[in-house]
Design a protein. Sequence first.
Lengths: 250, 330
Amino acid sequence: MTTQDLLVIDNLIKHYDGLLATDDLSLTVRKGELHAIIGPNGAGKTTLIKQLTGEIPSDGGLVSFAGKNIKRLSEPARSHIGIARSFQITSLFQDFTVLENVCLAVQAHNGHSFRFWKKINDDTTLTDPARAILRQMGLEERADTATAALSHGEQRQLEIAVALATKPRLLLLDEPMAGMSREDSEKLVEQLNELKQHYTILLIEHDMDAVFSLADRISVLVYGRAVATGTPDEIRNNEEVRQAYLGEEA
Amino acid sequence: MSLTPRQMINAALLVILALLPFLTDWAGDSFYTGLVARILILAIAALSLNLLIGYGGMVSFGHAAFIGVGAYVVGIGAFHAFEDGIDWMLNGYIQLILAIFGTAFIALIIGAISLRTRGVYFIMITMAFSQMLYFTAVGVETYGADDGLSIYSRSDMLGLIDLNDEKSLYYLIFFSLLVVLYLMHRLVGSAFGNVIRGSKSNEARMRAIGFSPYKYRLTAFVIAGAIAGYAGFLMANLNDFVSPDVMHWTRSGDLIIMILLGGMASLFGPLYGALAFLMLEELLSSIPLTIGGLRVGEYWQLLFGPLLILVVLYARNGVDSFLPGARKSP
């Protein structure tokens, strides 16, 4: 590996009762790039994200982040070294306001929370960064809205805002555009374009227009294996990929 | 400072409770002071349990055991002071420290194990632990086994407050309630409370953003246990009696019913719930109607059950949903 590599996945394995969800998968995410992963349904994309965040244990292989083996780190510990994820199926604090959702994520990275007395609501060390992130995602006007009252598109944006609030060095985005209207996803593509200036991003997405316009590199996952990795042009012209995946749609 | 209608109702309730001993004096019937004192003690315990259930989503089904432990500290202290002449065991401050820290320690052990489980398993395991404490109390002959233990001497507060005076005891209970209400208010709104509520709302996301909910939940469990232990200290002094019955799992169920009746989404809910629960018990069991030789009042639970079902079905936040400015039921 080189110093440019932020995340190195080496021969990663995960099986569920004989089904190989992740089959000897190797790939590398370079510092500063937006690396997209595409692949048909059931290719093991979300499984990979869960292995990277530590939500599920791996059955073999190696994951190193910023040069360190992170195999033994718990999910919360991985958040603290800078790995953040968004969820494919929106996973927010529905009974909290929009601002409170982001504040809670800021709080997680603002020292321990064994503070029993001081009011959290007017703690500007939480609300200031949280509002800045909401502004970045275009949600600042919705700050005091109940999360459950947001539109689907807004919830998807908040999903990313919560991940950003953990000050990540690597952002794992699991189908951020899932279920979004044309209009909303175009807006999100613009925002992701802005985000990729500041963050290293691993993006899983089914929207091919979005992937090919955003990605610096693309890996194609089929049955838990990376069958190809390359620039959008290389992937578009790769014969194997066309057969395995793009061919079905093209 | 202007109060919302809801805050005015809450404040009015507290004022009535503050004046109660004088109101009953004036009415010439001090029975109700004792009844309300009992309600307030249970309200303190229900408030502490609501930190777990209402705010933390941890349905602990053994909370009454902590009340029992606190009460037995007073009972056992009085027993040895009376039988063996060990005077320091009657010292209210020593009893208080033992009741609070003793229950905190027991809650730490029970919580450390129980909180590794979720849902129905958590309910069952907390109930199992409380039953272990219940049967321990039943088994100890020295302290009266299942007949219980009469307390011949209330905690000696060394002249600061005389617990033998019913009014003084009532005000100690009332001020304890105020303190616990304020404590809960601060706790829920603090960084710690935020983690507890977030872990109820979405544990998967909590872990993803970097929280390990376990240690926070365990802390909440210990705090709630210690407050219930304190309620037990008050309970023993009020009743002059303690028996294993206070620890039985059905007593823990009563506390949960109080929370359901009062509304678990609000600070004052458990207080309203405790009031509603014991008032209804008092009211329904004194129905003078007799059908076929059976006094209806004796089977008050037959009426209470359907009422509870109605509350759960149509007023998810109990009494709280009838107060102005109620949050919509989830």
